[in-house]
Design a protein around this ligand. Structure first.
Ligand code: MN
Length: 487
């Protein structure tokens, strides 16, 4: 990953004289330095802007700087906003208006008109907000005292969403084979995806993967096997089968890295020349931060990679997931999520075991895979669908639990969750919105961050939460459909 940073641009004007401006600059630098210690990415103080040219210059620089993942502005004083128009009109990076104030309290004895002139964010930030509203700018507004933990958390959450935008605009997806025959939801307009989301989605022949696999050396496989045994329990004697997965993983990684791809998809219907469907191979690649989608689902693959990058430490607990089956006992209703093989071990609540089992689908040899239970905790599931002319991101709040049964004969990783507002109503909403059976399950990316990401990418956003009803959602979907047709 790039060394992402955010730029802090502080609004003012020349009216106040050099002394006030020097104080503003000094305090802004201090705030950026202190905030950088607690925020997930550095906040770099750039300029106290006093003119149209200074603003246009810094915005132009921000647009061209590959490490700059967003611009955060604030007005310590009043900053007449007509001088921001030309700069803002050209801004191509995510933008956040941080409405804050240097001092936390009004100093009873000290306050006089000099203090008022220096500390008038309440005044300046409103002028600033007007012009961004008038320009119809896509923006995040975070308000509150800059040393308040909750405020810092909100700013940090937005930063991660903005990094998701940068990662999206750089995203390259390697497809091995097409998507599964006859499936609708894994289809999509790849040209539209590139225009809207920046994704370069292209295909490479499975035969080239097989050739690359054949060229992998035993020493390379030994090294990866050492990683496997360090991280997982080797719960099989069939080491040759595990080594075959290592061979596949090394080859897929080589091909992706050669192209700069951060995500891939494959399908059990196109494994020509391969002995096993990649299971452990895909799972360990996901653990390294690569996105993956089964059955040729390039949309969920790219979204997985983006959400991983948005998560903790730039590779969080987000993973390709599939809704499989339900537990519908009254009062104890759960969804069981899994996949044929490919569930990322970043979700694991226990130490994953490497096991080898037959796989009825795909007509290949029994593949090695990681088997584990997903951890308990609040999470979201997110799915991106192509509505024709636009994409819709559907996010549902869920609560993952330790699976309520052991399922000893189920040979795959599994996650169990309670959906909001309830299994049945949540399901009705998901189906009304057209949500796929494939999704990204995440423990560390919130619905709020995905909302920010969707806004920044200009993607329709649907959030199914404890307050959602099918009636309200139907109305929202109807109105959104009209709005997006007018856009
Ligand atoms: Mn699937």
């Amino acid at each position: 990953m790039r060394k992402y940073e955010f730029w802090f641009v502080v609004g003012s004007q020349s009216l106040y004289g050099p002394e006030v401006l020097a104080t503003v600059a000094e305090r802004s630098a201090e705030m950026a330095a202190k905030l950088s210690e607690v925020l997930p990415y550095p906040l770099v103080y750039k300029v106290t802007a006093k003119s149209n040219k200074e603003i246009a210059d810094v915005i132009r620089e921000a647009n061209y700087d590959e490490n700059c993942a967003g611009v955060i502005t604030w007005c310590h004083t009043f900053s007449p906003s007509k001088m921001w128009i030309n700069g803002f009109a050209n801004l191509q990076k995510p933008y956040c208006h941080f409405a804050t104030q240097y001092n936390q309290e009004i100093p009873n004895e000290e306050i006089d008109m000099d203090f008022m002139n220096l500390n008038q964010s309440a005044h300046g930030d409103r002028e600033h907000g007007f012009i961004t509203a008038r320009l119809r700018m896509q923006r995040k507004v975070v308000a509150g005292y800059w040393q308040d933990e909750e405020v810092q958390q909100r700013l940090g959450d937005w930063m991660k969403a903005a990094v998701g935008v940068a990662v999206s605009r750089d995203m390259k997806v390697m497809r091995f084979g097409d998507n599964m025959r006859e499936v609708a939801v894994t289809e999509g307009d790849k040209v539209e995806a590139q225009m809207q989301l920046g994704w370069q989605v292209n295909t490479w022949p499975v035969g080239q993967l097989v050739e690359t696999m054949n060229a992998v050396t035993e020493a390379e496989i030994d090294a990866l096997m050492a990683d496997y045994t360090a991280s997982y329990d080797m719960a099989t004697d069939d080491i040759e089968t595990v080594r075959y997965q290592a061979r596949a993983e090394i080859a897929i990684k080589k091909m992706m890295d050669a192209e700069g791809c951060m995500a891939f998809s494959n399908t059990f219907q196109d494994l020509y020349g391969m002995k096993q469907l990649p299971g452990l191979a895909s799972q360990h690649l996901m653990a390294l931060g690569y996105g993956y989608g089964g059955e040729g689902d390039w949309k969920v693959s790219a979204l997985t990679a983006i959400m991983k990058a948005m998560g903790e430490g730039g590779n969080g607990a987000s993973a390709f997931m599939e809704d499989y089956t339900y537990h519908l006992a009254k009062g104890s209703e759960y969804s069981l999520g899994a996949h044929m093989l490919e569930v990322c071990p970043s979700l694991a609540g226990d130490k994953p075991r490497i096991e080898v089992h037959e796989l009825g689908i795909g007509d290949r040899e029994a593949p090695a895979r990681l088997v584990f239970e997903g951890k308990a905790g609040k999470a979201v599931v997110a799915t991106l669908i192509d509505m024709g002319g636009r994409f819709r991101l559907i996010v549902q709040d869920v609560e993952c639990v330790k699976p309520i049964m052991t399922m000893p004969n189920l040979p795959v990783a599994r996650v169990m969750w309670k959906a909001e507002p309830s299994l049945a109503t949540g399901l009705e909403c998901w189906i009304l919105a057209g949500g796929a059976h494939h999704s990204v399950l995440s423990y560390d990316v919130s619905a709020g961050q995905l909302r920010d990401w969707a806004r920044m990418m200009d993607v329709e956003f649907v959030h199914i939460n404890r307050d959602t009803t099918p009636e309200k959602l139907e109305e929202q979907l109807f109105l959104m459909d009209l709005a997006w047709k007018l856009k």
